[in-house]
Design a protein around this ligand. Structure first.
Ligand SMILES: Nc1nc2c(ncn2[C@@H]2O[C@H](COP(=O)(O)OP(=O)(O)O)[C@@H](O)[C@H]2O)c(=O)[nH]1
Ligand SMILES: [Mg+2]
Length: 202
């Protein structure tokens, strides 16, 4: 399927850095066999999954990818942003997938260089182009259980600062272990319901 096929169906987009588990999450949510990468950046283009009234768009990742030049990475990011802007009227909900086990480390690395961390930049961007954004804190299984609350609080605080006046909605998952997928499904359904929209046919 390509984005031109189902002309009127609104999009639910899944965005996030390479290798954070976007495709795994979409696969667990829908049962559809979207490609899952062994190596970062293995999904170069978006994959579309029809879920009845909506189309889920599993986007290509962005950010660092092994073996790619800085220019290639920047070009990829620009083309992704242009694509999302072009689609923005069709986007009903964005789901930002993050790797909670790496969020703090990456945040601090970028922040210390005076740059905006990619996850935070994308959260702001998605909040501009999309009526609703849900953040997924994936790979929670890679953290020690006792560290999860403080890592979540760290993320919440940074995201709150990035989009003032909006309380970030964060769902904790471990997609490859199927943890939290029901919570995510419910969060998506609830968000759509509040906008008087139908349920996706997962
Ligand atoms: N430990 C762990 N690994 C995961 C999780 N979700 C995905 N992965 C793995 O991370 C890698 C990248 O996953 P993929 O879904 O292709 O990420 P994408 O590039 O964001 O689409 C794969 O090897 C997955 O099996 C998770 O919650 N925990
Ligand atoms: Mg992928």
């Amino acid at each position: 399927m390509n984005p031109g096929t189902d002309k009127d169906k609104p999009f639910i987009v899944f965005a996030g850095r390479s290798n954070v588990g976007k495709s795994s999450t979409v696969r667990e949510l829908t049962g559809k066999k979207v490609r899952i990468g062994k190596r970062p950046g293995s999904t170069k283009w978006e994959q579309l999954v029809d879920v009845g009234p909506f189309v889920i768009v599993d986007l290509a990742g962005f950010g660092y990818m092994a073996g790619q030049s800085k220019t290639a990475i920047e070009e990829m990011k620009t083309s992704l942003i242009q694509k999302l802007e072009k689609w923005s009227e069709r986007i009903i909900l964005s789901v930002l997938i993050t790797d909670i086990s790496l969020f703090r480390t990456l945040f601090e690395r970028w922040d210390s260089r005076g740059e905006i961390p990619v996850d935070v930049e994308f959260y702001s961007f998605l909040s501009e182009i999309s009526p609703e954004v849900i953040i997924v804190a994936n790979k929670s299984d890679k953290l020690r259980k006792k560290d999860l609350p403080k890592e979540l609080e760290f993320m919440r605080e940074k995201m709150r600062k990035a989009v003032p006046g909006v309380e970030p909605r964060i769902i904790v998952t471990a997609a490859s272990k199927r943890d939290g997928i029901d919570d995510l499904r419910k969060a998506v359904e609830k968000t759509l319901e509040l906008r008087k929209l139908p349920r996706p046919q997962w």
